[in-house]
Design a protein. Structure first.
Length: 168
């Protein structure tokens, strides 16, 4: 069984690389994601199809919170909304509980919201799979590699290590 979840918080190239490196993730759509109300404007994000038998939602949310500024209300939150996007009202409370249970890992309050998914726009073809099409690019070296190295240190049992041999 494949489940779907959305994540937003940082650059969609970074977020795509993080989730594409995880075992149990079948696909990552990278682009712009929207909810409703005050969150109806599109912000950078990804849609993740995953197998919960291989990687749990709890681990995915933990990785998300640890790989972007999940405790910062910085000035770029319009472009980089910190959120987990769910596809039904019944998913809001379980995901909120997961986030609350992870608060102990952070010194500051987590600002990540749980929002109902409304719409998604896939990025241009030439921006998809951005990291794995050129991990030597300066942006990848400066912003994505540190996230992946942290994951290798703290979540290596959930990663496709063969995809990341260039980081060792």
């Amino acid at each position: 069984m494949i489940n779907k979840i959305g994540f937003g918080g940082g650059c969609h190239w970074c977020t795509e690389a993080v989730f594409s490196a995880l075992r149990g993730v079948h696909s990552v759509g990278q682009g712009w994601i929207a909810s409703d109300g005050e969150n109806e404007n599109f912000s950078e994000g990804v849609l993740v199809d995953f197998d919960p038998e291989i990687i749990s939602l709890e681990i995915l949310v933990a990785i998300h919170l640890h790989t972007h500024s999940s405790t910062s209300e910085h000035s770029m939150r319009g472009k980089y909304r910190s959120a987990v996007y769910v596809f039904s009202e019944t998913e809001v409370q379980p995901v909120s509980k997961i986030i609350a249970s992870l608060q102990k890992d952070f010194d500051s309050t987590i600002v990540t919201k749980v929002l109902i998914f409304k719409d998604f726009k896939l990025n241009r073809e030439d921006s998809l799979n951005y990291y794995f099409n050129g991990p030597e690019k300066p942006f990848c070296e400066n912003y994505i590699n540190p996230k992946l190295k942290m994951l290798l240190k703290n979540f290596s049992n959930f990663m496709y290590l063969e995809k990341l041999t260039h980081l060792k």
